[in-house]
Design a protein around this ligand. Structure first.
Ligand code: ZN
Length: 370
């Protein structure tokens, strides 16, 4: 008889305005394959749970300690008889609140802490996939006895990447690539068996991991040359290979602008296009509509991004725009095709998007010089 695992997923109030739907969505993603695991989306934790840690949550600067995080999980158990009756079950807290070690996630063996803020930053609108992955990673580590110890990283965590669920990810950008490729390496399978996990259970883990890998959504098949791979519709929705991709309106307005340029544009020349980019921005914010006469605040917002520094190449405002666009794309497009879609510079201050423009269709509502 295979052991059954129950996992209850909670979040803290700042994470989502619809906490029940949010946690249920993650739970149902993890429940998507038949397994000996059951997941429950439990919504937000109440003030009674946060209790004396309220000040820490309200402060921008104070951080939780790792033990604070696990303490919150323990409090949940005490107030929920149905969970407390099964002491083996896992309690997960998803939060935006950083911990003092700046770890993304950790487990003490039963309780799991996951900082979802950074994951959201690096995975755009597909954030439930990496979160589900982190939950599974921590459950696996719990079962293998790899648990949090103060100021110490377990020696069984791979410091050098083996494309394994137990790789240590210090760099945030590496996390997403881990999420796309990771499985369980031979070494870690041995470790799991030593901890009483059967081959059958390991197979289930593999299947579950496969089912929640961040999807690489761009797959251009042969014989589809005439297909438009990148489409921006009348209301300003971006579709890449028929999958919706969401970039915030401000960076997106620059992206829409550069998509229409057949050659690189120097940041110094970008000043000439402030009004046009501001108009695109306004339409993107209002689902394609122009709600009011092009207003100064809009134009000012765009202008600040491109003229905040005399030395354009070092312009930190524009660099932020570029990295926020590219981070969303990185989470949505398979690595070998990514290059064509990203906003790039030639090493000086000329910027361009390499994609073949015949693959792009932009609704006339967002065309320049209209
Ligand atoms: Zn491994």
């Amino acid at each position: 008889m295979m052991k059954k695992y129950l996992t209850h997923i909670f979040c803290t109030p700042e994470v989502h305005e619809l906490p029940q739907a949010y946690t249920s969505e993650i739970a149902s993603l993890l429940d998507g394959v038949k397994s000996n695991h059951s997941f429950y989306g439990q919504g937000v934790i109440g003030e009674n749970i946060i209790g004396d840690k309220k000040d820490t949550f309200q402060s921008r600067y104070r951080k939780l300690s790792m033990n604070d995080c696990f303490e919150l999980c323990q409090r949940i158990r005490k107030t929920r008889k149905d969970i407390d009756e099964h002491p083996d079950s896992f309690v997960v807290i998803l939060t935006h609140k950083e911990n003092d070690l700046k770890w993304f996630s950790a487990t003490d063996g039963r309780n799991i802490y996951i900082n979802v803020k950074d994951l959201e930053l690096y995975s755009g609108n597909q954030t439930r996939y990496p979160i589900a992955f982190q939950i599974l990673e921590n459950i696996f580590q719990s079962i293998c006895g790899i648990i949090y110890k103060e100021n110490e990283i377990d020696e069984r965590i791979h410091k050098k990447s083996l494309q394994c669920i137990n790789d240590l990810c210090r760099q945030k950008s590496k996390i997403i690539s881990k999420l796309k490729t990771a499985s369980i390496c031979i070494q870690c399978k041995d470790l799991a068996r030593d901890n009483g996990i059967s081959n059958e259970e390991l197979e289930i883990f593999d299947t579950m991991l496969d089912s929640i890998k961040t999807p690489a959504i761009i797959k251009i098949k042969d014989g589809e040359e005439n297909k438009k791979v990148l489409v921006i519709d009348q209301s300003g929705q971006l579709q890449i290979n028929e999958h919706s991709v969401k970039i915030d309106p401000l960076p997106f307005s620059f992206y829409v602008f550069f998509l229409q340029k057949n050659s690189a544009v120097n940041l110094l020349d970008l000043k000439k296009y402030v009004n046009e980019i501001a108009l695109i921005y306004q339409k993107l914010k209002h689902k394609g509509e122009v709600r009011y006469k092009l207003s100064n605040p809009n134009i000012e917002k765009i202008r600040q991004k491109i003229t905040s520094s005399r030395e354009f190449i070092k312009n930190p405002e524009f660099s932020k725009i570029v990295s926020s666009i590219n981070a969303v794309l990185e989470s949505s497009i398979q690595p070998d095709l990514l290059n064509a879609f990203q906003l790039q510079s030639d090493g000086s201050s000329n910027y361009f998007i390499p994609i073949d423009k015949s693959l792009v269709k932009i609704d006339e509502n967002f065309l320049l010089n209209k």
